[in-house]
Design a protein around this ligand. Structure first.
Ligand SMILES: Cc1cc2nc3c(=O)[nH]c(=O)nc-3n(C[C@H](O)[C@H](O)[C@H](O)COP(=O)(O)OP(=O)(O)OC[C@H]3O[C@@H](n4cnc5c(N)ncnc54)[C@H](O)[C@@H]3O)c2cc1C
Length: 318
């Protein structure tokens, strides 16, 4: 059988390719490029590229120059020079090219963690801070862009500016969530908190969307003032389609998702939640009562629940 081509022919809505790629050794290389574009009679587009995981060529620069941010982390001295936890443990300074998984590892080495995450951690700090950075902690702490103290940014004029809520606040606010349009992030200062030692994780299935969202609202309603509201540290939801083979991929040993999906007409709704416990942050707290935890979500299908405990180490959940 002939092998399929390894490239896709351009489609009618494909944008023109970039003319060049810059592999910077240091932020000054990027500043020089932006100054060169600025001074050019017809300035060319410049776009930072982290892992390139955003959609529809967002990290590309049609007929311009793409800046390969990852090459900043490959310079002499290794990534350690671009990831440094402060002596007092209040924050980590991370290069814009660093992966969140490496930020996590660096922080956990000190028993610390950032507050807000993405699910998938092989994304760059600059890439997610240019979007939002959302995961199951956002209901409590906000997205990643709400958890930044300070940035080093290279502006469109090629200036290297340190900004924060107090200093050059307009630039700070524009760059966070700015889709790479207001400057290149070369350093972000991320506040840290003590990491929990353990997490109790659970997954609950529902046969209707209203039942799922009812339980989600109960769990994330931190201002509701009930015993349940804000009890969880992480809450997410997803839809599982039986006919796309996703149901079987859960591989639960506790119950048959396939049978459940058939009963539910081919669609299942899933609530994923976690409660952190133990460790310096939560010293003295008693162990989590499993029964109490499951009672927090009354709408679930009773026979379709799954729970497990995770120990948070530098190697787990990465
Ligand atoms: C498998 C997968 C799982 C995902 N999971 C989540 C998730 O759980 N939560 C979530 O919020 N998102 C998620 N995303 C989306 C992801 O956050 C965005 O696509 C993010 O932009 C990707 O980061 P990146 O490093 O690949 O950035 P890129 O795609 O390279 O760049 C994204 C944008 O940021 C700009 N940019 C990149 N680096 C910089 C910089 N240093 N300074 C300024 N601008 C810059 C680019 O020009 C571009 O506009 C996921 C994506 C994938 C592929």
């Amino acid at each position: 059988m002939p092998r399929p081509p390894r490239w896709c022919p351009p489609t009618s809505d494909a944008q023109p390719a970039a003319a060049a790629v810059l592999y910077p050794s240091c932020p000054e290389d990027i500043a020089s490029l932006l100054r060169a574009s600025c001074m050019h009679p017809s300035p060319f587009p410049v776009s930072a590229r982290g892992c390139g995981h955003s959609t529809r060529g967002q990290a590309s620069a049609p007929r311009g120059v793409v800046v390969d941010m990852l090459s900043l982390g490959c310079q002499a001295g290794g990534s350690a020079t671009h990831l440094s936890v402060s002596v007092d443990g209040r924050y980590v300074d991370a290069g814009g090219e660093q992966l969140w998984v490496d930020v996590l590892r660096a922080a956990l080495a000190h028993g610390l963690t950032p507050r807000s995450w993405t699910d998938y951690l092989h994304l760059t700090v600059g890439g997610t801070l240019s979007n939002a950075g959302i995961s199951g902690q956002a209901f409590r702490h906000g997205p990643q862009i709400s958890n930044v103290q300070e940035l080093d940014v290279i502006t469109g004029l090629g200036e290297i500016v340190t900004c924060s809520k107090e200093k050059h606040a307009d630039l700070f606010d524009a760059v966070l969530g700015g889709l790479g349009q207001f400057g290149v992030i070369t350093r972000a200062r991320i506040p840290l908190i003590p990491a929990p030692a353990r997490a109790r994780w659970m997954r609950l299935f529902y046969t209707g969307a209203a039942a799922l969202t009812g339980d989600q609202e109960r769990l994330i309603g931190v201002d509701l003032g009930t015993a349940v509201s804000g009890f969880m540290d992480y809450v997410e939801g997803s839809v599982v389609l039986a006919d796309q083979g996703q149901v079987g991929s859960w591989r639960s040993s506790f119950f048959s998702e396939t049978a459940l999906a058939e009963e539910a007409g081919g669609v299942l709704y899933c609530l994923e939640g976690a409660l952190y416990y133990g460790g310096a942050a939560l010293a003295g707290e008693s162990d989590v009562d499993k029964d109490d935890l499951v009672k927090l979500a009354p709408n679930k299908v009773e026979r379709a629940t799954e729970e497990t405990d995770w120990t948070m180490t530098g190697n787990s959940r990465c």
